[in-house]
Design a protein around this ligand. Structure first.
Ligand SMILES: Nc1ncnc2c1ncn2[C@@H]1O[C@H](COP(=O)(O)OP(=O)(O)OP(=O)(O)O)[C@@H](O)[C@H]1O
Ligand SMILES: [Mg+2]
Length: 228
């Protein structure tokens, strides 16, 4: 029996047979402001507070202080969890120019320190700027993928998708990600909405429908599409 890891995202687990598969890499793709960071933080926060799984949040986008401030709005007190040793927020900007393998070492070291079972890399797009060499990057990503699998660490990697893009354009989704989920901004009747689609989830008979996304002061929620 495969072990399911509850996502902490309200409404999602019911669409994917109870959660992500342990040790999987899930790509969360979406346009700007579509909720990728909130989704990922919630996965780490709920993992630590509700499911007894420590986690590492590696940010390349917002600096750690800004991330903590923004996420506090949803009641996600990352600073408190960090003090307790349940999570670690690492700001990879400090390793800029050091190369991809230094970044990977840093992340694995942080996971070891707190015996982390969940990892977020926000975002892959920014992470890869640490590695100008395409060949090295593919090799290293394969290596990290194997390592995370062996250790049973469930990982979310976010990925920014430009408006109108047909593919994620990274050339990694086919081999690196066990799952790809998309948060899509749509303008509907002069209103900005976000919808959610599971594009692939290996090993899971998942929903194939679009669902609505709502963001409230409690975080991000998937509102399942139902025929009325
Ligand atoms: N308190 C709140 N209540 C409701 N919606 C909010 C609240 N705070 C932020 N939002 C929404 O969440 C969006 C930001 O979400 P998030 O930072 O997760 O997006 P993102 O996909 O990571 O964006 P980026 O590509 O810029 O990193 C805001 O643009 C806003 O629409
Ligand atoms: Mg973000």
């Amino acid at each position: 029996m495969s072990e399911r890891v509850p996502t902490g995202i309200d409404g999602l687990d019911a669409l994917i047979k109870g959660g992500f598969l342990r040790g999987d890499v899930i790509l969360v793709a979406g346009g700007t402001g579509s909720g990728k960071t909130i989704f990922s933080t919630q996965f780490i926060y709920k993992g630590a507070t509700q499911y007894g799984e420590n986690g590492v949040y590696a940010t390349f986008e917002e600096d750690a202080k800004t991330l903590k401030r923004n996420m506090f709005n949803f009641g996600f007190d990352l600073g408190r969890l960090e003090q307790k040793g349940a999570i670690k927020v690492i700001d990879l900007e400090v390793l800029k120019g050091e190369g991809l393998s230094a970044n990977i070492q840093f992340i694995l070291g942080a996971l070891d320190e707190i015996d982390g079972k969940r990892l977020v890399i926000d975002s892959l797009t920014a992470f890869l700027t640490a590695c100008p060499e395409r060949f090295e990057y593919r090799m290293l990503m394969r290596l990290i993928y194997r390592m995370l699998k062996t250790r049973g660490i469930t990982t979310i990697i976010t990925c920014s998708v430009p408006v109108g893009a047909e593919t994620l354009g990274l050339g990694i989704e086919e081999f690196l990600a066990d799952s790809v989920v998309c948060l899509e901004n749509v303008v509907d009747s002069l209103e900005l909405r976000t919808r959610f689609l599971i594009c692939k989830m290996r090993g899971t008979d998942h929903s194939r429908k679009y669902h609505n996304v709502t963001i409230t002061d409690k975080g991000l929620q998937i509102v399942p599409f139902t025929i009325t």
